[in-house]
Design a protein around this ligand. Structure first.
Ligand code: SF4
Ligand code: SF4
Length: 499
């Protein structure tokens, strides 16, 4: 890249984004040095169009093709991600491939097999109150010759919530929008994950707020896989049940998108090139244009002259928008995504297939001698290609992850020295399960865990008007470790009596 010194105003925006620190400001003008790998980040951010491509003779760089950025890396320098270096004209990975042995100290061991599963679950265990008393059940048994103890309780947790994952490409509303249950605010639409929309429901601030009772009931209902109806502010109405398909504004959604528009081209370019001269995959994140996309070029697709109206990320990959149209974009009439067709490149009769990442909608268009696109019947071969996308999609479904915090008083029923339990959980000396299901314990302080509610018996969660949700929890460890942490040894009962 080079800077047009006339247009540069010295704002330093480009400097702040350059991953290789290749830009300097001198006398209120930006300059780019030889570290530049032509990644284009500065070009995209510059408000004054002061950055433009520079012709670099090919013998001066090695082009990395490990991602769509395709950095041009000069001798001794690095690509934008700093993973690749040009060493004497050869592209080299900066960090060597690691084996498990290289990382195992950092990763840490999982719990030893003897304590991985609880002797009994917390389902039906009841709760002791106040918390300083021993937990309702502390049982001991031998597992593979080792004395093991499980401590169980049904813990009332004010620090609890549930994340709902909905596998859909449909637009549900704007991220951050409040979510209502019986007209009470119970959460918000949070950041989208690959192919899925995410809802964050509950959490201590809503549970201890004005509508906490509704929040507690909702978390418990979702975790027990009951049907619930939610309304997103300025967005859709959702009828959800964990394990089932989402119902969005009264319509059942069936398919999870196969990937973004770019990924869809990566997966199927070979098939698409046999059915059309150009293929556009509409998607709200990245809309794909086959003839420009690396996958299309790789399989030998010729330039088509088609230009899209969305902003370009890298060749053949365009940032989409959000709406109620195809692929979760605002495009309801598929040819509206096309900004222009360069008729000096395109030939009359050229076939353009437009579809989306689920293959739900598809249309075929032909270039007329006058240069416009006319809809024609989709050919059986093109229909079959679109069908291949749909067949590769997973079913759209709703999943739920319960999040709880048992780092507070709920530890007192286990041991007289609660901090020892926290250390034991974080060092895998004690395993934390929910109704027998494995949990993911968040790093850092306290005992914040997550569990897939589909691994927990329906009905195992409940709620109490404190308000809090009630979660069956088990801590399992060796008898020796239980003694060492100052556990309530006097309350231990043999498994045969309790089980
Ligand atoms: S193209 Fe990339 S590496 Fe080069 S100056 Fe711009 S941001 Fe930095
Ligand atoms: S993988 Fe890294 S070095 Fe290679 S093109 Fe992409 S950003 Fe550049």
């Amino acid at each position: 890249m080079i800077i047009d010194q006339e247009k540069c105003v010295g704002c330093a925006e480009c400097l702040s984004i350059c991953p290789l620190s290749a830009i300097r400001i001198r006398n209120k003008k930006a300059y780019i040095d030889e570290k530049c790998s032509d990644c284009g980040a500065c070009f995209r951010i510059c408000q004054n169009s002061a950055i433009c491509a520079e012709h670099i003779p090919t013998e001066h760089y090695v082009q990395c093709t490990s991602c769509p950025i395709e950095c041009k890396i000069k001798k001794g320098f690095f690509g934008a991600c700093k993973r690749y270096q040009n060493r004497n004209g050869e592209l080299n990975r900066v960090i060597k491939l690691k084996t498990y042995a290289d990382v195992k100290d950092l990763v840490g061991e999982t719990c030893r097999e003897e304590i991985r599963h609880p002797l009994i679950t917390g389902i039906g265990a009841g709760t002791t109150y106040p918390d300083c008393k021993p937990a309702p059940h502390i049982v001991q048994n031998k597992v593979h010759g080792i004395d093991v103890v499980t401590v169980v309780t049904e813990a009332p947790l004010s620090y609890s919530g549930i994340k709902i994952k909905i596998d859909t490409d449909k637009t549900l509303g704007e991220e951050g929008s409040p979510i209502y249950f019986h007209r009470r605010k119970v959460g918000h639409l949070t950041t989208e994950e690959y192919g899925s929309k995410m809802l964050s429901l509950g959490g201590v601030n809503l549970l201890t707020g004005r509508d906490g009772l509704f929040v507690a009931r909702l978390i418990s209902d979702v975790a027990n896989r009951k049907k619930v109806r939610l309304k997103i502010q300025d967005g859709v109405t959702l009828d959800l049940q964990v394990g089932g398909p989402p119902i969005i504004n009264g319509k059942k959604d069936y398919l999870m998108r196969v990937g973004c528009g770019s990924a869809t081209l990566g997966l199927f370019a070979e098939i698409f090139k046999k059915v059309a001269d150009e293929v556009i995959i509409l998607d709200s994140h990245l809309t794909g244009l086959m003839s420009e996309h690396t996958a299309g070029v790789y399989v030998g697709v010729a330039p088509s002259g088609v230009r899209l109206k969305f902003p370009r990320s890298t060749p053949g990959r365009y940032f989409g928008d959000h709406g109620n149209g195809w692929g979760g974009t605002s495009i309801e009439n598929p040819t509206d995504v096309i900004a222009s067709v360069d008729t000096t490149v395109a030939k009359p009769g050229m076939l353009v297939l437009i579809t989306e990442t689920t293959g739900r909608n598809a249309g075929m268009f032909q270039l007329t001698p006058e240069g416009s696109l006319e809809e024609i019947e989709i050919s059986p071969a093109a229909r079959s290609a679109v069908h291949t996308i749909a067949e590769t999609c997973e079913n759209s479904r709703v999943s739920g992850i319960y999040c709880g915090g048992s780092g507070g008083s709920a530890r007192a029923g286990v041991t007289k020295y609660p901090i020892q339990l926290t250390y034991a959980v974080h060092s895998n000396k004690a395993s934390l399960t929910v109704a027998g299901a494995p949990t993911f314990v968040l790093p850092g302080g306290g005992i914040n865990f997550m569990v897939d509610v589909e691994k927990v018996m329906p009905g195992a969660f409940s709620w109490t008007p404190t308000p809090a949700t009630i979660c069956p929890i088990e801590y399992t460890m060796t008898l020796e470790d239980y003694r060492q942490m100052g556990g309530h040894e006097e309350a231990i009962k043999p498994f045969a009596e309790e089980g």
